[in-house]
Structure formats: C-alpha cells, structure tokens
Design a protein. Structure first.
Length: 184
C-alpha cells in the first residue's frame, strides 16, 4: 500500500511560502529603516556613515524567532540594497557588519544560560557590526590606521546598542504578532 505524500508536500510548500512572505515583509521593514537612517546627518567626530542601526532590530528579531538562515537572508537583502543605492563598498560594509552582528545575535539568543537580555544582545551585536565594518574598511583602503576609530566606535556601539535594544523591547510584541499571521 503506497502512502500519499502529497498533503505533506503541500503543507511544507505552504510553510515555505509563508516563511518567504514573512522574510519579504521583514526585509522591507529593514530596508525602510535603513533608508530612514540614511537621512540622518553625519555625526561630528564619527566616521562617515556611522548610524544608529535601527534596521538591525529586524535582524535581531529574525535571529531570535526564525533562525540563522532567515536572519542571514535579511542581511543579504540589506547588502543588496546598499549595493544598488551606494555601490559595492557600501554593500561589503553592510554585509560584513550584518553577518558578524547576526552571528553574535543568534549565538547569544541560543545560549543556554542567556546571560544578556535584549539590550545586552543589541550592544554586543552593535560592537560586532562595527568590528566587521572596520575590518572591511581596513582591507579596502589598506590603511591600518583606520582601526584607531575602534574605541570611539565601541562607545558609539554601546550607546546605539542600548537605544536599539530598548526600541526592540518595545516593538517585539508587534513583530511577534505580525509573524503569527505567517507562521501558523
């Protein structure tokens, strides 16, 4: 007697479609936040392009609720957007910072003891993001002295990580509610 696997495939197909739809919405949200951040004027004393990182709220949600592959898909969406709007160097910076910070977020969300809350995870992810971008900046320019920005960027990452983590704490229920429509 043959077992019909079609219902299982249909269910898996619907699940994949729902996940893709949710990733599309989350990716769009990340892009909107990224675009809005690009409207913020440069902050004196910081390297060009230093921004608060509000679009990383979406990455942190994806890393916490969906998993690493889905969170990395959002990193790729953001890097592609950076490439289209600002060129390959911006795309490399976005990708390197996003990848490293998302790996940190994912690892900390999955840690058994969970020593850090949302704000702590956000701060450590912001530091990782800046470290990834700084490494690419050094590699692209061949100028190691760019690393002198590291202490200033670390202070900036702590401040922006606190703000971003606090915002994440506030919007997390809305993001969870939104995802329930797709992940039933």
């Amino acid at each position: 007697m043959a077992i019909n696997a079609a219902p299982a495939r249909q269910k898996a197909g619907k699940s994949a479609a729902k996940t893709a739809a949710l990733l599309g919405i989350l990716g769009a949200q990340a892009l909107v936040l990224s675009y809005l951040e690009s409207l913020i004027p440069a902050m004196p004393g910081l390297p060009p392009g230093a921004k608060p990182g509000f679009s990383n709220i979406v990455n942190m949600f994806a890393a916490a609720q969906l998993g690493l592959p889905q969170a990395m898909a959002i990193v790729l969406i953001k890097a592609a957007f950076a490439f289209i709007t600002r060129g390959w160097a911006a795309a490399l910076m976005s990708f390197s910072g996003g990848m490293l910070s998302t790996l940190v977020m994912y690892a900390l969300w999955r840690a058994k003891s969970r020593p850090f809350g949302i704000v702590g995870i956000s701060v450590l992810a912001a530091i990782a993001h800046n470290a990834g971008q700084l490494a690419v900046a050094v590699a692209l320019t061949g100028t190691v002295s760019i690393a002198a920005y590291a202490p200033l960027l670390a202070v900036f990452a702590v401040a922006t990580g606190i703000v971003t983590g606090s915002v994440m704490r506030i919007v997390m229920p809305a993001l969870e509610k939104q995802s329930r429509y797709f992940m039933k």
